[in-house]
Ligand binder design. Structure first.
Ligand code: HEM
Length: 434
């Protein structure tokens, strides 16, 4: 990369970080959430942001909402849209001239950052694999994957619940959907953690280089995979997409690479965190665990409450595509509004006594953890099936599972979840907390 450009990006990042740090020192809740001090418990800061108004304008120019009704309305409002992170962050991932023709970033160039009608066309292409009937057919495979992961860990007295179970299951589920061999899964885990780590923004040159490397590797891997499957007779998702009309042109192949890359990363980086947060909750709450063991069908609403109280995606961003008034605030065209999903999910006007864990709430599925509107998570059904099967299976197989040390959280603000949860598997319950 041009050293002058590298220096300019480095200085811009440094300046932004200094502003955020300075504001955080004054107790500003937005800067606190953007900084690292709130990682242990960001939720009180979302409350403080909601207390400033249903929609508030922050000094750095962003609008925010932590209100459930407003957040949901914004996500469903066609006057709001999305745009690639690079266009509003002022920083990029080390793109070289010409990379725009060579590389495909699965988050920045996929449906996640596209508005209708382009978004609708591509989403329709993959939605057949996520319909209720397709998921019903796929569910036995999910159960088999969970059972095999449990076989591997249940023979051991101690293990890391995140690395050896919560991460393994969703990666294998998405690999099964793509019909990709287990040997590729270590790379997937690395790619996923690099890309989701940068959802907070890219802070260092080292991070930029890591993203560039990851995007290069993913583009090459997925382009080769599509080329190989195009000539075969496979009936898996990738083979069918490769043989579709898009597979015939290089632009079409780029669109497929972005779509499959997004499914790959979005498909496991989020579900891991629900399984981790859910297991933590169930290890600490004996009553809840007993209820799950007595009534295995409680797994589904338990997953919903985990998603509401510990959403793996804590916030998302929308851009006003035209002048719009939201909750009394006039937003100009181009204004950026942060929907604090994690704040909206604890809005007492939607969820009375919001911090109480209650899988029997009448509106238990009404959280915004899967977003809402046109970008509503395509994999929500699959994530629900996977997380419920994993949590139910885990405690049925190891009812005495307990923490063997403190859980640690990922150092990311947009994606929330544990990076490690040491556990012990004995006949009796052990809980060290932390
Ligand atoms: C618990 C697990 C999951 C959570 C919390 C989650 C969360 C989300 C959220 C919040 C969005 C929308 C972001 C926005 O509105 O800006 C989203 C979109 C998406 N998710 Fe998920 N997700 C999960 C699992 C999955 C799985 C398993 C897959 C696929 C196998 C998947 C695929 C997608 C795709 C393709 C989109 C883009 C949809 C669009 O833009 O139209 N997700 N997800």
């Amino acid at each position: 990369m041009n050293p002058l450009r590298e220096l300019k990006i480095g200085l811009t990042t440094l300046a932004m970080r200094s502003v955020v740090r300075g504001l955080a020192l004054t107790g500003d809740p937005v800067a606190t959430v953007l900084g690292r001090r709130a990682l242990a418990d960001p939720y009180p800061h979302y409350e403080r942001i909601r207390a400033r108004g249903e929609v508030s304008r922050h000094v750095i120019g962003l609008y925010l909402t932590a209100g459930h009704g407003t957040g949901k309305a914004v996500l469903r409002d066609p006057r709001f849209g999305v745009e690639p992170a690079v266009d509003h962050g002022g920083v990029d991932w080390n793109r070289e001239p010409g990379d725009e023709y060579r590389l495909v970033h699965p988050m920045e160039q996929s449906i996640l950052t596209m508005n209708p009608p382009g978004h609708t066309r591509l989403r329709h292409l993959v939605s057949p694999w996520f319909t209720p009937s397709a998921l019903r057919e796929f569910t036995p495979q999910v159960h088999r994957i969970v059972e095999e992961a449990l076989d591997a860990v249940s023979a051991r007295a101690r293990f890391d619940l995140v690395a050896e179970f919560a991460a393994r299951v969703p990666i294998q589920v998405i690999s099964a959907l793509f019909d990709i061999p287990a040997a590729d899964q270590v790379r997937f885990a690395r790619w996923g953690s690099v890309l989701t780590g940068t959802l907070d923004g890219i802070r260092t040159m080292a991070e930029r280089r890591a993203v560039h490397r990851t995007v290069s590797e993913m583009t090459e891997f997925l382009t080769d995979l599509l080329a190989r499957r195009r000539t075969g007779a496979g009936t898996d998702m990738i083979s069918k997409l490769a043989r579709s009309e898009l597979g015939e042109s290089s632009q079409g192949v780029r669109e497929l690479v972005a779509l499959i890359g997004l499914l790959l990363v979005a498909g496991f980086e989020t579900t891991i965190n629900v399984i981790g947060s859910g297991a933590l909750r169930l290890m600490r709450d004996t009553e809840l665990r007993t209820a799950l063991l007595d009534e295995p069908e409680l797994a589904a609403p338990i997953v919903e409450e985990i998603m509401r109280l510990e959403p793996p995606v804590q916030f998302t961003l929308r851009k006003a595509l035209e002048p719009v008034t939201v909750a009394g605030q006039d937003l100009a065209e181009g204004a950026m509004l942060v929907v604090l999903i994690a704040g909206a999910n604890r809005d007492p006007s939607a969820f009375p006594d919001p911090t109480r864990f209650d899988p029997l709430r009448a509106n238990v599925r009404d959280h915004l953890a899967f977003s809402s509107g046109v970008h509503y998570c395509l994999g929500a059904g699959l994530a629900r099936i996977t997380a419920a099967a994993a949590l139910r299976g885990l405690f049925q197989r190891m009812p005495g599972l307990g923490q063997a040390g403190p859980a640690r959280y990922k150092q990311t603000r947009n994606i929330r979840g544990c990076s490690t949860i040491p556990v012990q598997h004995t006949g009796t319950r052990i809980s060290l907390g932390g």
